[in-house]
Structures are given as C-alpha cells and as structure tokens.
Design a protein around this ligand. Structure first.
Ligand SMILES: Cc1cc2nc3c(=O)[nH]c(=O)nc-3n(C[C@H](O)[C@H](O)[C@H](O)COP(=O)(O)OP(=O)(O)OC[C@H]3O[C@@H](n4cnc5c(N)ncnc54)[C@H](O)[C@@H]3O)c2cc1C
Length: 392
C-alpha cells in the first residue's frame, strides 16, 4: 500500500528524529511535523550552541511522579553513547561546567547530524503536516491535511507545551488521553520568576545585573548565577529552582554565598573605619546591588558607625533576602514542561504503552523533566533509543 509505513513518528524534534533513524534500517519510517521547519528547539537550545548532553547524568537530575522511571532508558543509552555519535560526525564540542557539553560552533551541527542520519537510513519527513485524527484497528490510521497514512507502530514525540512559537502543542496529550492514558498536571519549568509590581519598581535599576547566589525554597538549595531582569529574576539558579517551586511559595536568596558579610565588616571596620558602607559593600557585591541593599541606611554611613543591630540588618539583607515571586513567565519562555503523560501506563524499558500495543511515547511529552544542563536532551535521546530498539 502506497501510504502504509512500518512506523510513523509524530513530532520531528530531538526525540522523534533520533528515534527515526535508529529504527529505519530496512523499515519504512515516516516522521510528521506540523511546523514549517524541523528541530526548532534544537536550534534555539543552549543559546544557539545546544547543550546536547551532560556526562554526569544521574537519575535524580530528573523529576517525575515515578522517579525510578528514567533509570532503564538512561542505562540503555547513556550520555557517552550520544557523545560517540557526535564524535563520529566530527562535531566539535566544549565542556562548560562539569560534564555539560555544548557544540563549539552551533546547534545546527546537532540538527544536521540527525537529519544526515535520517537521510542515510531512508527516513521520510513531512513538514507542515497537521494530524487531524488517529484511529486504530489492526493498524493505526492517521488522517492529516496531506493524506491518510497507516502504520504498524506509532510513536508520539510531540514534546511539551513550552514556547508555542517553536511548534509546541498539546497534541501528544490529546492522543494519550484518547487511548486511555492518565495525565499528570503540567506547569512551565526551567523558567524565570516574575515579581510583584511594588518589588519590581524597587529593583528596576538592577535589570541586567548578574551575580553568584544561593537560592532556596523549603526543600531545595541551588548555588549558581542569578540575573535581574525587567520582569523579575532569571539565570541558571532561578531556572533550576523553578523546577521545584510551587505558586505562592517564598524563596530565600543569599546574595553572597561565598562569604560572611558580618565577618567581612568586622575586619574592614578596623582597616578602613572611614569608608562608606556602600563603597565597602560594592567591593564584594555588584555596585547596583550594594546600592539597593544600602537604601535603608543613611547615605553617609561609615564602617566605624556600624553597630551590631545595623550589621545584623545588613547580614539579613545580604544572606536572607526573602521574596515571594508573583509567578513565572510561563510557557512563553520556559525551557520545558513539568508533568505530561503519566509514566504509570508506559513501559520504562521500551516506552511502549501498556494499554495499546505498538503505541510509543518518547521525550518531553512524558511526565519526565530534566534539570537545566543537557539532561532534557539526554532524556530525548535515551527514551527514543529504547523505543527504536523495541520497534525493530
Ligand atoms: C529555548 C530552549 C532552550 C533549550 N535548551 C536546552 C539545552 O541546551 N539542553 C537541553 O537538554 N534541553 C534544552 N531545552 C529543552 C529541550 O529542547 C527539550 O526538552 C527537547 O527538545 C525535547 O525533545 P522532544 O523531541 O520531546 O520535543 P521537541 O524537541 O519539542 O519536538 C517536538 C516536535 O513535535 C512537533 N509537534 C508538536 N505538536 C505537533 C502536532 N500536533 N503535530 C505534528 N507535530 C507536532 C513540534 O513542531 C516539534 O518539532 C531547551 C528548550 C528551549 C525551549
């Protein structure tokens, strides 16, 4: 039959493309995507240089209602396996932080590698293809705006909800629910915090300032860089904490995790008694942040005038700045979606549905969320690999 394929994959992103060429040898594989270009998120990722994996990938770098779910896939296809593929394509890469691998030149290298592998394996890819209806009897029948297709195995790789302008849609969830799968409620994750208007107007001068901080909610503490923005707070420390943050929760920020400000003033007071508080603070904290902290004190306050209550107050302002974000920037800018299709009815070894034979769900569409640092792509590669092995 002209329009019959062994496998159809819906979604030509990281997981879909990777799965396609890993099954394709001697199989007819078709990938459908509604966007005008494939792999848009790959191109945007890592600031244009795609943080394609993390060599230190561990199970607890992922959140899911079932934290054990990721183990099998991450063991079957590791970060080192993906790195071998990258090296076999002579793609130059750099290690930023520990184990975090980025393309040296451009994310385009990763997308080109995936597309070259798909071409080599004879994978067909149709863009601008809207799927209108999926039914199953002995095969899956897929009605689209291009044609009606049928296949033996169907793989859903439509990703999460983040950044609709890059092609994100809830279609994978719709298909899962149609076939009786449970959902875990979704939220934007790895996303900047917005702040209440009053606080925002007090810190508007700080937009653009970045500094090393330690941020905590009542469960997690993360030390990394934080960026003040026109809307609130961003940077890796905030994006990472957002994965564990719930609406309405207070966060505590230590603006100087590397030192104890009280000890610093005790010694500075002896060395430079006539130095202004703001100037002394500016020596160890970005000037605009120091000025913000000193707003509550007289401009001319000198180090020799610092008594214990003042030092305590500054200590609190520097090390225990407590704020309650008004929310997050949402799916418009989030890197990923937390939640999704529940893993309860999916095999962790093959990624096949436990309800419907030959139906697979891979990548971000599932209730698996990696931390910032290359973990989400590794999940896309690992889950796609397992499905590809099972389909063979
Ligand atoms: C700005 C940004 C930067 C990121 N940087 C990194 C990074 O450096 N490292 C990292 O590990 N992760 C990063 N991520 C996360 C990472 O991109 C995703 O987790 C990963 O792409 C998920 O792969 P996926 O294949 O499951 O989904 P996607 O890559 O999102 O692919 C889904 C595909 O499905 C298609 N689709 C959706 N709905 C339909 C439909 N109804 N019909 C047909 N096709 C459909 C989409 O067009 C898309 O092509 C970043 C994300 C963003 C948004």
């Amino acid at each position: 039959m002209k329009n019959h394929y062994d496998t159809i994959i819906i979604g030509a992103g990281a997981a879909g493309l990777f799965c396609a060429f890993n099954i394709a040898n001697n199989k007819r594989v078709l990938v459908l995507d509604h966007a005008n270009k494939v792999g848009k998120k790959i191109l945007m990722s890592g600031g244009g240089r795609c943080n394609f994996t993390n060599l230190n990938t561990l199970y607890d770098d992922f959140t899911s209602e079932n934290p054990h779910f990721v183990k099998s896939a991450l063991n079957q296809y590791t970060a080192y396996d993906f790195l071998s593929l990258v090296e076999s394509h002579d793609i130059e890469y750099v290690e930023k932080d520990k184990g975090q691998l980025f393309c040296k030149h451009s994310s385009k290298d990763i997308l080109k590698m995936l597309l070259d592998e798909c071409a080599k394996a004879g994978v067909k890819i149709f863009k601008k293809c809207e799927v209108n209806k999926i039914t199953k009897d002995s095969n899956f029948d897929i009605v689209t705006n291009i044609d009606v297709f049928s296949c033996d195995s169907l793989v859903i790789a439509t990703g999460g909800l983040s950044i609709p302008t890059l092609g994100a849609s809830a279609y994978g969830y719709t298909v899962a629910e149609q076939f009786g799968h449970k959902m875990v409620s979704t939220k934007a994750s790895l996303v900047p915090f917005t702040l209440p208007k009053r606080l925002l107007s007090r810190i508007k001068e700080l937009a653009g300032v970045s500094l090393r901080v330690s941020v905590s909610n009542n469960k997690y503490t993360i030390e990394d860089d934080m960026l003040f923005t026109h809307r609130g707070l961003s940077g890796p420390a905030i994006l990472k904490l957002s994965a564990y943050w719930n609406y309405g929760e207070e966060i505590e920020i230590d603006l100087l995790p590397s030192a104890n400000i009280s000890d610093y003033f005790k010694s500075e007071r002896l060395k430079h008694p006539d130095k202004l508080l703001v100037n002394s603070l500016s020596a160890i904290i970005p000037k605009r942040v120091a000025e913000f902290i000193c707003e509550d004190f007289p401009v001319e306050l000198k180090l020799k005038q610092l008594d214990k209550p003042v030092i305590n107050k500054i200590h609190k302002a520097v090390h225990n700045w407590c704020i309650t974000p008004s929310g997050t920037e949402g799916y418009r800018t989030a890197e990923v979606t937390s939640g999704g299709i529940s893993t309860e009815q999916i095999s962790s070894k093959t990624l096949e549905s436990k309800i419907v034979d030959n139906l697979y769900f891979i990548g971000e569409v599932l209730d698996v969320t990696g931390q910032l640092g290359g973990y989400n792509f590794q999940w896309a590669w690992s889950s796609a690999w397992c499905a590809a092995q099972a389909i063979k």
